[in-house]
Design a protein. Structure first.
Length: 580
């Protein structure tokens, strides 16, 4: 199934460096504390993207990973910021430090200033992968300063700099494993690991955010090192979690994982449940709310349904593996929701988006952001499917909401193209539906050409399922979970507001007349035309995407499977009926 995707950005080295410089200037205006530490992490993330983009550009030009002067310069910048993060963390965020950089020298060292491609780091955006966890893992490893540190690009290069900084080691080397996602291989010059080859007592640390389904990125680096004579006893892995490679792992990768020392520091022990006075999520939330007299209840993995629904039989489906970390913050009658929104620019942008949607009267009130976690007021209400809310009122509300979103949440970048969505829909339909449904879908698209039309990318809601709406005791409709899904780890991304119109039609079982009323209402609210051909085009694409999404979900916990299967069957039936 086609579900996931990665979005990349093309920019010059100069532009990427300016992002780092802007972030560093922001640090200089702040005193010691969480806000300053978070700004330091923001600068680190920008520097990591620069270093990754430079290394990948060199790799593309040469066909192998090899050293270069501009990689050395970019890695030195990255290390200087990583070292400051380690000091800030070690001192309980009290260090008043500032990484000094020579911008003019860096500009010269990063030449030639051609385009580089930077990748969004999913761990920082979606999975609460805090850089500080790697500082902790390095401290606990007990490895010496002579450790040779290797980062697996993309995100692994920045994480490796944190390991090197915490160990007092030299700046990391980085590799980009290539080939089939489940059978990666390395193309690299051995000079990158000359220290490891010349000193048989030097440990080698391999750093990344995995392992994923196959563990092949870690495995490829381990295999390459062992082919050069590096003993398995010298190899140390720094992953983001304790679990091993997933179900697609080849036997040699499982062996590499089993025979290598591993060092990992988890979110719960370091930040979530930490008792440290200034390095815990509890203390961050307390400072934001101005009180420490509250309870923090884990709502991760669908646990929020225990509060919202009185009867577990009414629970909607969810994929616990894809849910963001979230907590109920309660102090007497006052409740808030704290959920991971993303580190750095991502979190800041989500806070701004939350404020915009709340000002429009559609979502809960955001209180603020504390190093990646967005805190907003809890909305007490009845889930829409259980409320008996009038459908005509719902359509009016949706028209206002989506029209407001189209007007105020215009995106800077389009997600998947119409061609890519067509390919996804055909592929998923062929795998999910028996018979000739894939051929029928192709004919369906051919008979309903979109033609030349203007696409205005919007930060779409993309989560218009009925259970995502609450009706308050006063009868007001409130949208929940409205910030993340246009920037999720999937291939759809930002689309024209017609995507949300098509989604609303499916999720709320709107008739063709009701769907047309909604489209007209969105036009009125947005102040621009919404092409009905585009709504029609998006409809099977949305269905096929949801089929893929919930097919992947069924690989999760057994206790969720019946709900997931039922939801997937609903989408399959709707797509099948559309094509008859």
């Amino acid at each position: 199934m086609f579900v996931y995707g990665d979005f990349r950005t093309e920019q010059t080295c100069e532009q990427a460096l300016e992002s780092v410089v802007r972030a560093l200037k922001r640090i200089g205006a702040l005193g010691p504390g969480l806000e300053r530490h978070a700004a330091l992490v923001r600068a680190f993330m920008s520097a990591a993207e620069l270093a990754q983009g430079v290394a990948d550009a060199d790799f593309e030009a040469r066909g192998v990973d090899a050293p270069s002067n501009r990689q050395t310069a970019a890695n030195a910048l990255l290390m200087s910021i990583a070292e400051q993060i380690a000091v800030s963390w070690d001192t309980g965020l009290r260090a008043d430090i500032f990484p000094e950089i020579d911008v003019d020298h860096l500009r010269e060292s990063l030449a030639p200033a051609g385009l580089i491609t930077t990748s969004r780091a999913e761990g920082y955006d979606f999975y609460a992968l805090y850089p500080e966890l790697y500082v902790e893992a390095a401290r606990r490893s007990g490895l010496p300063a002579k450790t040779v540190v290797i980062g697996i690009r993309s995100i692994g290069l920045g994480l490796a700099a944190l390991i090197a900084a915490a160990l007092g080691a030299k700046p990391p080397k980085s590799f980009r494993p290539v080939g089939h996602p489940f059978r990666r291989e390395l193309r690299a010059e051995t000079i990158l690991v000359a220290e490891a080859l010349s000193d048989p007592a030097a440990p080698v640390a391999i750093v990344d955010e995995g392992p994923g389904l196959s563990g092949s990125s870690f495995g490829a680096v381990v295999e390459w090192l062992q082919s050069l004579g590096v003993a398995a006893s010298r190899i140390h892995l720094f992953p983001s979690h304790e679990g091993g490679p997933g179900p697609e792992a080849a036997e040699q990768y499982r062996g590499a994982w089993a025979h290598s020392a591993r060092h990992c520091a988890g979110f719960d022990e370091v930040i979530g449940d930490s008792t440290h006075p200034s390095r815990s999520l509890r203390s961050w939330i307390g400072d934001l709310l101005g009180t420490d007299g509250f309870e923090l209840t884990d709502f991760f993995g669908g646990a929020w349904r225990k509060i919202v629904y009185a009867d577990p039989a009414q629970w909607p489906s969810c994929d616990p593996r894809q849910e963001r970390r979230k907590y109920l913050v309660s102090s007497g009658a006052d409740w808030w929701l704290a959920r991971f929104a993303g580190l750095g620019d991502t979190g800041e942008h989500k806070l701004a988006l939350a404020r915009t949607l709340h000002e429009g009267g559609f979502t809960s009130e955001p209180v603020g952001l504390c190093h990646g976690f967005l805190v907003e007021r809890w909305v007490r209400g009845t889930p829409l499917p259980l409320s008996g809310f009038d459908k005509a009122r719902l359509i009016d509300w949706l028209g206002s909401y989506l029209g407001y979103r189209a007007r105020h949440c215009v995106a800077s970048q389009q997600g998947a193209s119409l061609g890519e969505l067509t390919e996804m829909a055909g592929h998923n339909a062929e795998l999910a539906l028996a018979g000739d449904f894939a051929m029928r879908l192709r004919r369906w698209f051919e008979s309903r050409p979109v033609g030349p039309c203007r696409l205005t990318p919007v930060e779409t809601d993309s989560r218009l399922h009925a259970w995502e709406f609450l009706v308050t005791p006063a009868g007001k409709l409130v949208k929940t979970d409205a910030l993340d899904h246009a920037a999720a780890h999937d291939l759809v991304g930002c689309q024209d507001i017609a995507w949300d119109i098509a989604a609303a039609g499916i999720e709320h079982d709107l008739s063709s007349g009701e769907l047309e009323s909604l489209r007209i209402a969105v036009e009125a609210g947005s102040g621009r035309e919404v092409d009905p051909r585009l709504v029609a085009f998006y409809t099977p694409c949305y269905l096929a995407f949801q089929i893929g999404l919930w097919t992947f979900a069924t690989a999760g916990p057994d206790w969720e499977k019946s709900r997931q299967f039922a939801l997937r069957e609903r989408y399959m039936a709707k797509l099948g009926a559309l094509l008859l």
